[in-house]
Design a protein around this ligand. Structure first.
Ligand code: SF4
Ligand code: SF4
Length: 74
């Protein structure tokens, strides 16, 4: 089964939470910290549950998310 890595550009993120709302697995959360723009950036809480649908990356208005396939296991 494929595994995926979800990479956020935390300094581009403006904390709009659209990615969190779009994730079918509910695994995106907003960080407790603040980025250089003064927003709480998004991050993935349980990356192992990501199904690689890329909904989060497609919905992000700032292109702050990239999805990578990391491995396939049998
Ligand atoms: S790729 Fe899909 S499952 Fe993975 S974090 Fe983004 S919206 Fe959620
Ligand atoms: S959709 Fe993009 S800008 Fe909005 S919270 Fe998610 S990563 Fe940040």
């Amino acid at each position: 089964m494929a595994k995926f890595k979800v990479v956020f550009d935390s300094d581009v993120c403006k904390g709009c939470e659209l990615c969190r709302a779009s994730c079918p697995r509910g695994i995106i959360e907003m960080s407790a910290g603040i980025n250089s723009k003064g927003y709480s950036p998004a991050s993935v809480a349980r990356e192992g549950e990501c199904v690689g649908c890329a909904s989060c990356a497609l919905v992000c208005p700032d292109g702050a998310i990239e999805i990578f396939r990391t491995e396939d296991s049998e």
